[in-house]
Design a binder for this molecule. Structure first.
Ligand code: TYD
Length: 136
């Protein structure tokens, strides 16, 4: 079983430059999976929350490309909040971890790198179902 200890902050390369900084990600090197999909969450109204699910197979890496937000991860027993607010730092969330994102700042942009194509069947959207699975 996965635990929240399997979630981790990853510092990305940062090429500082007086003309503006540059950060990059190579799949399988800076994140522990090959990147198959990228999506982003933006224009989040104040007080809204995203996520609220776990995935059976999907691994993700979340970055606050702009602004800030908190990622709350939960393994069915324990919870941890990771504040993200730098575009050169991200959070790796493996499969079978419940997560939601909250406390979005104005103009926050959350970029998510994903290990699989989108599949609704992979989602666990009922926390009690997730907890039963996590307890096995
Ligand atoms: P969802 O993953 O539930 O959003 P979040 O976890 O950020 O709150 O996805 C919301 C909707 O968008 C859902 O109907 C499925 C669709 N969607 C895609 O079609 N492709 C994707 O890659 C993602 C992430 C979502």
């Amino acid at each position: 079983m996965m635990s929240i200890a399997d979630c981790r902050i990853i510092m990305l390369p940062k090429v500082t430059d007086p003309r503006g900084n540059l950060t990059f990600i190579e799949g399988g090197r800076h994140v522990p999976f090959a990147i198959k999909r990228v999506h982003w969450i933006y224009d989040v109204p104040g007080g809204e929350r995203r996520g609220g699910h776990a995935c059976r197979e999907l691994h993700e890496f979340l970055i606050a490309i702009s602004g800030s937000f908190d990622v709350v991860v939960d393994d069915g027993e324990r919870r941890q909040t990771f504040p993200l607010n730098r575009s050169s730092v991200g959070l790796y969330v493996p499969n079978l971890i419940w997560r939601h994102i909250e406390n979005f700042s104005t103009n926050a942009v959350c970029v998510v790198l994903a290990s699989t194509f989108y599949s609704d069947d992979d989602y666990i959207r009922d926390y009690r179902v997730f907890q039963r699975g996590a307890a096995v």
